[in-house]
Design a protein around this ligand. Structure first.
Ligand code: SF4
Length: 306
């Protein structure tokens, strides 16, 4: 194989899983685009139509309030009786753990990687080598929280020349793919801002993508791109959560714009100055209008899996 992982998980060209998309031997940009279209068409036609919700990726443009939405949603799902595992895969946003009330970060998952003399990195942790693992298999040093809620973090870029975030994306994608979600358990994945994670295929093994959208041209344009890419990965449940909505009129305008872009909306969170103030402090308001709005959104989401 070349310098990337085959999106189909094929070990080599003409392997059983290979669909001959041409990506690993593409030499020009046009050939790569064609290969990408073949992968998208294949995955879309083979999308799992299962109604089950187990692994939810939360995405969106930078600054849209993704971390706030993850926090509110995790709390709403817990209140609905689910055991929630939050996986922070955003390598630049430093404070999600604080928004859940923790005063320190857990040990980063990327510490399972060892650098080989060749410069490549490999996973040495035995617990991460089986094809299927459960939350109970993850060593406690990597987790914060207790019964009903757990928090894991892939790692952060903290120093100059530390290297790119691809190895973190690989760990995140690998863990999400292997995690077997039990009954009444949900995994909520905080994805880095933007669309790069889709290029790396981090979301490949989730069943639901939630896009946080604020009232701005860029945010709605990125929501359209994310919908396109998520559906092209074979993810059939892709929904938007409108955030920081200042008025009913804005909500309607956003709905009309996103309708035109074929982005389906799950619900909306109103603009709340107190919520913004809490975000400034790196915390989350426990009892706010947004809490109630998110409970309604969580109910709609859970209803989809019934
Ligand atoms: S041709 Fe496509 S599917 Fe086949 S190994 Fe290469 S990247 Fe994977």
């Amino acid at each position: 194989m070349g310098l990337f992982h085959c999106p189909m998980g094929a070990a080599f060209y003409e392997d059983d899983d290979c669909i001959d998309c041409g990506m690993c031997y593409a030499k020009t940009k046009d050939e790569m685009v064609e290969a990408s279209k073949k992968i998208r068409a294949y995955l879309k036609s083979h999308a799992l139509k299962s109604s089950t919700i187990g692994k939810i990726a939360v995405c969106g443009k930078g600054g849209v309030g993704k971390s706030t939405v993850v926090t509110l949603l995790a709390n709403a799902l817990r209140e609905a009786g689910y055991s929630v595992l939050v996986l922070d895969t955003d390598e630049s946003n430093p404070g999600l753990y604080r928004m859940f009330g923790f005063d320190k970060q857990p040990k980063a998952l990327m510490t399972v990687l060892s650098r080989l003399p060749s410069g490549k990195k490999e996973v040495t942790a035995k617990w991460l080598t089986p094809d299927r693992i459960t939350v109970a298999d993850i060593p406690s040093e990597y987790m914060l929280g207790g019964d009903g809620f757990k928090f894991l973090m892939v790692g952060k870029i903290e120093d100059p020349f530390q290297g790119c975030a691809c190895s973190m994306a690989n760990i995140a994608g690998d863990l999400v793919g292997k995690l077997a979600v039990q009954d009444k358990e949900l995994v909520l994945i905080d994805i880095e801002a933007g669309i790069e994670s889709f290029g790396r295929g981090v979301e490949r093994n989730v069943d639901t993508v939630l896009i946080v959208v604020e009232p701005s041209f860029e945010s709605m344009a990125i929501a359209e791109r994310i919908t396109y890419m998520a559906e092209g990965m074979g993810i059939s449940r892709v929904r938007a959560i409108l955030n920081k909505v200042p008025s009913e009129k804005t909500r309607q305008r956003m709905t009309e714009e996103l309708d035109k872009k074929d982005v389906r909306i799950l619900g909306a969170i109103s603009f709340d100055p107190e919520l913004s103030e809490a975000g400034f402090e790196g915390t989350t308001l426990i009892n706010s209008k947004a809490t109630e709005e998110m409970k309604a959104i969580a109910r709609l989401l859970l209803d989809e899996s019934k």
